[in-house]
Ligand binder design. Structure first.
Ligand SMILES: [Fe+2]
Length: 232
């Protein structure tokens, strides 16, 4: 029997929302205005050495690939090694492009002359667009390859155990960074299902943690509907 759990699509919705948001701000920001530009650049300056506290958009995009490699790909390695090889090759390309993007953002933050800032800003925007396009296509690819393959080979319980391990291994700050984007990105039915899972399958402190993030980030009418349906 085919399973229903999907370890990828909900978190990918969060990452897509993050990309749409930072992409929107990046393409319209006035690079001459240092304070405004720095607020966007902070989201693009990935700190590779600071994996614990980093919640910048690129940090979360990078950390996500790491979670897949540590907690999900090994379970599929012997089932479809060629697929896992292809996805890991994509991850290496993501890391390479991230490095280039971070370098550009670092360079721009040290420049004062307005014409040069505008020039570097336009270049950074083009590079970021390339990166986002690659990342989006990579997620699309995972959703039509590894997602159906895992539904064939694992039970819902097995996938829920993997999910719990992924979240358990994450610093709370990073987990809240993802949830802040994920909760408002899900459909009403998905959000209701997720919160019901948390309510019935996780300790009360965890429900409180997730509910606090939902309260602050999900549209109030929608959040009220979820609370009523799930009963918390
Ligand atoms: Fe991936």
């Amino acid at each position: 029997m085919t399973a229903n759990e999907d370890l990828f699509t909900p978190i990918h919705k969060a990452l897509r929302s993050m990309i749409y948001d930072v992409g929107g701000r990046l393409q319209s920001v006035d690079f001459v205005d240092k304070a405004a530009a720095n607020a966007v650049l902070e989201d693009l300056q990935h700190e590779f050495s600071n994996a614990v506290s980093a919640t910048c958009a690129l940090c979360l995009l990078h950390a996500h690939a790491g979670s897949e490699e540590s907690h999900v790909f090994p379970s599929m390695q012997s089932i479809d090694p060629a697929l896992i090889r292809m996805l890991i090759d994509d991850h290496h390309e993501i890391t390479r492009r991230l490095g280039a993007l971070t370098k550009m953002a670092d360079e721009l933050s040290t420049v004062d002359a307005p014409p040069r800032r505008i020039e570097l800003g336009a270049r950074l925007n083009r590079e970021a667009n390339e990166f986002f396009a690659f990342y989006l296509a990579h997620m699309n690819k995972e959703e039509v390859t590894i997602v159906p393959a895992m539904k064939e080979h694992f039970t819902d319980d097995q996938m829920r155990t993997m999910q719990a391990k992924i979240m358990g291994a994450m610093p709370p700050e990073r987990l809240s960074g993802y949830l802040r984007w994920m909760l408002p990105s899900l459909t009403l039915a998905e959000l209701t299902g997720m919160m019901a899972g948390v309510r019935h399958g996780a300790p009360p402190e965890f429900l409180k943690f997730v509910a606090g993030i939902g309260e602050a980030n999900v549209d109030p009418a929608r959040w009220t509907a979820v609370r009523e349906r799930v009963g918390f």
